[in-house]
Design a protein around this ligand. Structure first.
Ligand code: E4P
Length: 217
């Protein structure tokens, strides 16, 4: 399973990237706003840092403008995946840009039918938003499962990029179902290392070690 980091914060990306944890990055207009940076500058810096796909989102809502924005974003670096919302204009944009050989991430996906359309429009990635479905009492993981089944039934090669991940359990479940990629905020990726028994065990080892009076260095 590939790990994308869902942030536009350079320091957080660099820290995880140094550990080999970063297969790509996703950004969106809200994350760019939070970073306080210029979209073209920060996206270029992220692309320089990371080898894998870096999603940068268009903000126009009509296909002609979305296509123009997508081409401008794609010109930043070879590893840009142009992110478009799952609207009819977004699907038109997806088709045009993928026919040009560009990576496209279709985002804001909340149903299996939307995911089917994105695959038919040639999307490289489909981004179903798990957390936002859970927020309104629907089952985000069920959507990942449905899309996995449908894509496998017909051999679509669009990658399932489980997004809007809020908890470590979302990561486990996405991996169990067979999502190709998860994108999660840095704190969720770091929290994957946590276990109370690890902390408890380490505490006991340290207490016993202190009693030996020994040193390794
Ligand atoms: C994915 O590409 C989105 O940027 C992100 O996962 C949205 O997450 P949120 O619902 O926590 O904002």
């Amino acid at each position: 399973m590939k790990f994308f980091v869902d942030t536009a914060e350079i320091d957080a990306i660099a820290e995880l990237n140094d550990l080999g944890m970063v297969d790509g990055v996703t950004t969106n207009p809200s994350l760019i706003m939070k970073s306080g940076r210029d979209i073209l500058e920060v996206t270029r810096e992220i692309c320089d840092l990371v080898d894998g796909p870096v999603s940068a989102e268009v903000v126009a809502t009509e296909a002609a403008d979305m296509i123009a924005e997508g081409r401008k974003l794609a010109a930043i670096a070879e590893n840009i995946a142009v992110k478009v919302p799952l609207t009819w204009d977004g699907l038109k944009t997806c088709k045009v840009l993928s026919d040009e050989g560009r990576m496209v991430n279709v985002t804001l996906c909340f149903s299996a039918n939307q995911a089917l359309l994105a695959a038919k429009a040639g999307a490289t990635f489909i981004s179903p938003f798990i957390g936002r479905l859970d927020d309104i009492n629907l089952d985000g993981m069920e959507l990942i499962e449905d899309i996995r089944t449908i894509y496998d039934n017909y051999g679509f090669d669009t990658q399932i990029l489980a997004a809007s991940i809020r908890t470590v359990n979302h990561v486990t479940e996405s991996a169990r179902i067979g999502a190709d990629v998860i994108t999660a905020p840095p704190n969720v990726i770091k929290a994957l290392a946590n276990h109370p028994l690890t902390d408890k065990g380490l505490e006991a080892f340290m207490a016993d070690w202190a009693k030996t009076g020994q040193k390794i260095l």
